[in-house]
Write a protein of this length. Structure first.
Length: 324
């Protein structure tokens, strides 16, 4: 019956597990990895009997073990692919990419149907060991302190690159092909089609390692006092700031309140008489006025036009008084 089929039971179990665990995930990214973590764990464990038979029994001729179990395992994986697309479209659509999500899952759903109909489930279960790197990455998504880029890269290379090539070559050999697939080249063709995708992912992984290794260390920041001030932006959150020092006279003026600085500026303007003063007096009066005008950065900060990437702080005798 359909209600008791491995596919339906697996789909129901995966959907239930997601709805039970999703409320415990603080981010959409973690919620999107719930089904993948379950699936990669099941497939990694389920592949062990077939992998052991392959390694100890002499290759492809010894992997036809547990036929009913093999069919249930591949149906479970088919249910996972379907559930990930359906639930992902509802709950974490932004986390499903075109290539790694829709194309990858849809292609594997079709491949699994072909595998079951042609009695090649044992081959797919053997390849299920390629889910080990996915399990490592998925666990690190929930527990970041367990993340190991080296372990992930090594397991990815050993399973999805090296072991993938070994299986592809094995399925091209006539003796192995006759024992495992009845002489069909279709499994070898499928492995050959999937390999570029695995290779593309591995290249991206290596590029990520190189980029992080050559990345410049974060710029050193000058020490700032423990007294912090809110960044005066529309968000109201404090942002990281660099520090520079202003001249002593301006620093002392900035300690005054805005109303006090305004009165000083008004007084300087009232005493400013350019036509009745000598050049020296005019220059002296002009410097007094300009010293009372706030710097351009403060003005831009007050009107919300400062650049976020060039944030600064004014330090007055070791005390942060303004952010820009």
């Amino acid at each position: 019956m359909l209600l008791f089929s491995p596919f339906f039971l697996s789909f129901l179990g995966l959907a239930t597990s997601y709805h039970l665990m999703a409320p415990l995930c603080p981010t959409t990214k973690q919620a999107s990895w719930i089904l993948t973590t379950i699936s990669s764990g099941v497939m990694s464990l389920a592949s062990m009997p077939f992998l052991c038979a392959y390694l100890t029994g002499g290759g492809m001729k010894s992997i036809r073990v547990l036929p009913q179990f093999a069919v249930s395992v591949v149906r479970f994986f088919q249910a996972y692919l379907t559930a990930d697309l359906i639930l992902g479209s509802v709950y974490y659509r932004s986390r499903i990419s075109l290539l790694g999500g829709w194309v990858h899952h849809s292609m594997y759903i079709i491949v699994i149907e072909l595998v079951v109909r042609r009695s090649w489930s044992h081959i797919f279960c053997l390849a299920g060991s390629m889910e080990i790197p996915t399990l490592i990455f998925a666990v690190a998504t929930f527990y970041p302190h367990l993340r190991s880029d080296i372990m992930f890269a090594v397991s990815f290379f050993m399973t999805r690159i090296l072991f993938h090539i070994v299986l592809l070559v094995s399925l091209l050999l006539e003796e192995n092909r006759m024992q495992a697939t009845g002489g069909s080249f279709v499994p070898a063709i499928v492995f050959a089609i999937i390999f570029p995708l695995h290779g593309l992912w591995f290249v991206g992984c290596v590029k990520g390692f190189i980029r992080r290794a050559t990345q410049n260390p974060s710029a050193r920041r000058l020490p700032v006092t423990t007294r912090s001030i809110p960044d005066r932006t529309s968000s109201g959150f404090t942002q990281p700031i660099a520090v520079y020092r202003l001249p002593l006279r301006l620093r002392s003026l900035l300690k005054l309140r805005s109303s006090q600085r305004r009165r000083l500026l008004e007084g300087a303007l009232r005493t400013f008489r350019p036509k009745s003063r000598s050049a020296a007096e005019w220059m002296k009066s002009s410097r007094a006025i300009f010293s009372l005008i706030p710097p351009r950065e403060i003005v831009l900060d007050c009107v919300g036009l400062r650049r976020r990437r060039k944030q600064r702080a004014i330090v007055v005798e070791g005390e942060v008084v303004s952010a820009m």
